[in-house]
Write a protein that binds this ligand. Sequence first.
Ligand SMILES: [Zn+2]
Length: 93
Amino acid sequence: MKLPNIPCLIVAALLSVSFVAEAADAKTDKKKYPLTTCLVSDEKLGGDMGDAFIHKHAGKEVQLCCKSCLKDFNKSPAKFMKKLADAEKKAAK
Ligand SMILES: [Zn+2]
């Protein structure tokens, strides 16, 4: 008696899982942004405060938790852009 082809089923299941994950990624469109927290306040994004506040600095996306953090960001953008660059390096590892 031949057993069902279990490895094939497992591969199919894994493929469908990674496909779903990719689809979800594309939907949120946050795949390249390395942080899940506000760059200024370190508050978690997309929580009780609602969606992240998206700001563009020198063509680069910055995600903040609220408008008042944008004021702080604009006081010393270089400092926060460095923080973002460091997070990107970490994420790329
Ligand atoms: Zn904020």
